[in-house]
Design a protein around this ligand. Sequence first.
Ligand SMILES: *Cc1c(COP(=O)(O)O)cnc(C)c1O
Length: 438
Amino acid sequence: MNRTQSAPPGHPRSHAAFARALKVMPGGVNSPARAFGGVGGEPLFFERGEGAYLVDIDGRRYIDYIGSWGPMILGHSHPKVVAAVQEAAARGTSFGAPTEAESELAELIIEAVPSVEQVRLVNSGTEATMSAIRLARGFTGRDAIIKFAGNYHGHVDSLLVAAGSAAATLGVPNSPGVTVGTTQDTLVLEYNDAEGLERTFRQRGSQIAAVIFEPVVGNMGCVVPTKAFLHALREQTTSHGALLICDEVMTGFRVAYGGAQSVFDIHPDLTTLGKVVGGGLPVGAYGGRREIMQHVLPAGKVFQAGTLSGNPLATAAGIATLQVLRDEKPYDLLEERSARLAAGLSSAAAEVGLPHSIARVGSMLTLFFASEPVRDWPTAAKCDTARYSKYFWELIGRGIYMPCSQFEALFVSTAHGEAEIAATIDAARRSLQALSVQ
Ligand SMILES: *Cc1c(COP(=O)(O)O)cnc(C)c1O
């Protein structure tokens, strides 16, 4: 990892803003991935987003592939989403009482994701996975859960065991403050390892409340599940009475309108959502079979609550986003543009003879600086992260804002047109050429 590189010249305002932020916030940020720990140097501060572009406070424009880490599938400042939020705000920002809009968003989710019969809205992906785990334990009366190395499910204590995402890049497999007692109930297995899963169920099947997994991993870079793995997940959980929790916080409404479960024919008991479902405002959701969801308070006894859950602004942004996705069905277009981008990045790397592999599902993809395909955390960990950080900074200099870590997927939005894709491939080619002569 290259920690000595500082922000390139020409960002004096970002530099000053970061110095100010460092005084008042730990690491100068409100979420660690933003601090550029995975690529070294100082983060850029932004002023506004327009479609596929972000503008930093020094007035530089970038084609954005982080997309707020997933939510911005319609690009920034989509007029319908902005109008919906403005209208909602004018009617009052929070009531702490039911609104019809909450049922509308719930109905949109249930229509889109057939395995979800009832849903509870929360404020983040973390809340969704935390609540789904509690519900699975309450429903089954069991304590243990299984997660997979390199999968990230938010900063839930019991899931911060060999965590992926920013924690993976930073080399912090466990967080201080997560108790040994908590982690004892979490079994961490390798992704795509059907045999490992079967072995664990043979040994401890009767204690396992749930298996939680990313149906397409985004948080160690984009990693695609094997058929055998997906089959084992459903078969083992069913035969041992455990619940299968499909964490679609990143993939939901992203890889398809019905999420990764519709692409890979997965039939989970519970699904967690976030990111796109809030259209850029803080929304998460968990849902599944009615029989299970009926255990959530006040229908049942599993406690879960939220002062701002189903907030009118957040709900309005979510509804507006899902309506556009449902009505305009942009997924073929996203597929086509993303495929072109993946092919362009791959041939740019091949031209300069860089060992690489590309993984993509719909509009999420990763160019890995690794000589073999990435299928789990051990293969992801072999990537050349120092090379990735140079590539990242070369691209910043050319007006492309890529994920600031090898272990994050990039996202294409409906606002990324032919011109943006072509410009990105061109910038990547120049950047990789610059790398190969260094
Ligand atoms: C982002 C993410 C989360 C956490 O969501 P937050 O809204 O950041 O709390 C959980 N699971 C997956 C798969 C994610 O990508």
